[in-house]
Design a protein around this ligand. Sequence first.
Ligand code: HEM
Length: 218
Amino acid sequence: MTTFGYLCSLILMCILVSSNAQLQQNFYAKSCPKVEKIILEYVHKHIPNAPSLAAALIRMHFHDCFVRGCDASVLLNFTSSSGSQTEKVGIPNLTLRGFSFIDDIKKIIEAECPGVVSCADIISLVARDSIVVIGGPFWNVPTGRRDGTISIASETLSDIPSPFSNFSTLQNDFAKKGLDLKDWSYYLVLTLLESLFARHFQTVYTILLELLVLKIHL
Ligand code: HEM
């Protein structure tokens, strides 16, 4: 294993130890025992045909988690009863990709266990499995997240860090989500790589992104 691999494992372990007590491993063991297998198989089948989707899906996870926590509010569409435009059409989310991928998996899971598995858990598991399929590391994803019902476009601008912000503003944005200077150092590397390779992701890049998302959502 490379030094980088050791570093990733160490950080993953620290993150897992501090995981949210309300979530649990295999939350659907009784209510929908096949869910994780269904997701894994779907991702295995389709991500190799469109590997850049793995990066897009972990970005979706990040944008979801930064606004109202990891509650799948990023997936909600505008309805007249919701009264306002949803996160999906917030400016930072206009370039998100992978919605139909999540929709397709959701349909399969609904056919297996109607109304049981949250979309928030689906996004988290899909992001993890996609990273694994393109050669990144595996990490445990405890499940049991609840889906949010509130999704407000303007909150994407206030909660998702802007590419136009200066250092101290970005540092503040991350601090608001419980991310400290250690996480921040990943971010700096990430930003540099992102500006260089935004549309040509390599495994190392996705690993850095994924570490940040893990830290965010726990
Ligand atoms: C301060 C933090 C961040 C800022 C300001 C930022 C900003 C941006 C911007 C402006 C783009 C280009 C969008 C476009 O195509 O117009 C982008 C792309 C992207 N970002 Fe970030 N980002 C940040 C953090 C992250 C993190 C933490 C992740 C992953 C967890 C991430 C994953 C990606 C990916 C995968 C893309 C390419 C999307 C695609 O090709 O579909 N970014 N980001």
